[in-house]
Design a protein around this ligand. Structure first.
Ligand code: ZN
Length: 133
């Protein structure tokens, strides 16, 4: 893994959270995007090499809606940038980590993404992401 690509934060209201994070970070988000597969609306802030991704559910079937039912708003996942997502999935499987989707899916920000189950990673939802070229 090469760096922390972004930190995902679950929010109830993307608009008001965008304003909050604009104040916090002193800059505007550089994009918003809906990810149909995950039923989320996202926005991204660039902080040096890393990003902050805000995630709001767009309907009740969204993993973010389910997360917010059980827990409060807050840090939802940490995403690591990887060079070869398929090789990394194989390596982590061999190491005994629980992969949520072995076949990478298209996520936000033009990335192929794979998630690891938090029960195999000390309670932290981990996302692997590889830029789609
Ligand atoms: Zn993410």
């Amino acid at each position: 893994m090469r760096k922390i690509e972004h930190i995902g934060i679950a929010v109830k209201n993307l608009e008001s959270s965008n304003l909050l994070f604009e104040k916090l970070l002193g800059k505007k988000h550089f994009k918003t995007e809906e990810v149909d597969g995950e039923k989320v609306a996202t926005s991204f802030f660039q902080i040096g090499e890393t990003k902050v991704e805000l995630l709001q559910a767009v309907d009740e079937s969204s993993p973010i809606a389910k997360y917010l039912e059980k827990r409060a708003e807050g840090v939802h996942h940490i995403a690591f940038d990887v060079e070869d997502i398929h090789a990394e999935v194989q390596r982590l499987k061999t190491e005994g980590f629980e992969i949520l989707n072995e076949t990478p899916k298209l996520g936000a920000d033009n990335k192929l993404v794979v998630f690891l189950h938090p029960r195999s990673t000390n309670g932290v939802l981990i996302e692997l992401c590889q830029e789609v070229s």
